[in-house]
Unconditional design. Sequence first.
Length: 222
Amino acid sequence: MEGTGGIRKVRFPLTKPTKETPRYTRISYAFPDGWEITCSERNVFLSDLSKEEIIEKKLYAYIPFYIARYEMELSTEKNYQKALEDLAFFRDKMVELHQTKELTGEELTDLGSFVNTIVVHITDGNDVEKEATSIMGGTVYETESERLRRVGREEGMEQGDELCLIRMVCRKLKKGKSVEQIAEELEEEEARIQVLCDAARDFAPEYDERKILAAVMQLESV
């Protein structure tokens, strides 16, 4: 609580609600003479705010969480165009704010990275990921598929690329995609994907990637 001149100000945070979050908060004021007064104030939820209001009220730190409202659309790759439009809106506004010195270069970069962190977490390597993360122009970001390839190489595995491919195949198998669909989406030969899918199905539903890789290597050595 803060204030001057006999006025006390209570600051309430912007709320990212859960199913249990009440629409109103009851506030009780107790005075030294025993007098007490209770009032009810409406909570302000992040979901109540439009993208224009977030910029107008200078709530820039909430931009990544605003994008999170499109979790269903981005994760299922359905009806996600509005999410891309809002990403472009925030990118343009952030650039304007940087040009007017409202945001520093570091703040601009950090915000773009935070937004992409949310997007990558939601998309989890699906086909929307690269398109969505590329909208935050100037932000160098490693996509999930690129990360998997790097991790494979850093682990010192000569089969780094193969392990990455197996991981991506397993993710698509979990989504119920066919060999033909997987081959097309990953731009790989269908015969190669068939081999990986056949090996992977022996390890369903957990799809232990290293065991699958070992099985594939064993088949190829015969």
